[in-house]
Ligand binder design. Sequence first.
Ligand code: G3P
Length: 218
Amino acid sequence: MKFFIDTANLNEIREAQELGILDGVTTNPSLMAKEGISGKNNVFKHYKAICDIVDGDVSAEVIATDYKGIIEEGEELITIDPKIVVKVPMIKDGIKAIKYFSQKGIRTNCTLVFSAGQALLAAKAGATYVSPFIGRLDDISQDGMELIAQIVGIYRNYDYQTEVLAASVRHTMHLINCAEVGADVVTCPLNVITGLLNHPLTDSGLAKFLADHKKVNG
Ligand code: G3P
């Protein structure tokens, strides 16, 4: 399973990259706003800075919601760096744009996916990634993980090449369950990735090893 970090914060992206396990980055307009990035030039510069840090794919989301606008924005975004994947919302014009991009060999991430039907449309349009949101479904008492498993199963039935990129991942169990059901990619905040490191038996075991070593070595 690929690990993407879901942030526009350069320090967090750097930290995850230095850990040596990072496969890519996803951003969205809310995450860019959180970093105070505004204006087209600054936004483009920020995407470039992200691309310079990571080795893998970097999802950059379009703001336009009409077919022509999505195409124009996507074609501009991909000039920033070959790592850019155009993130397109799951709307009618978005699906049409994904089809257009896929025919031109431009990679896409279909975002804001909350149902298996939406995921089927994204795959049929040729999306590179589909992003179902786990946490936001859990927030409204629907099982987000069930949706991931359902989409993975459907894509396997027909050998769709679209990768299931589990998004809105809020904690380590989300991530582990994604691996259990066979998600291709998980995108999550840095604390979810680093949370995987922790176990009290690791801490107490290491303390004991070092204490025993000290007893005989001083
Ligand atoms: O990038 C989309 C998604 O990961 C957002 O997560 O926590 O805002 O629902 P969240």
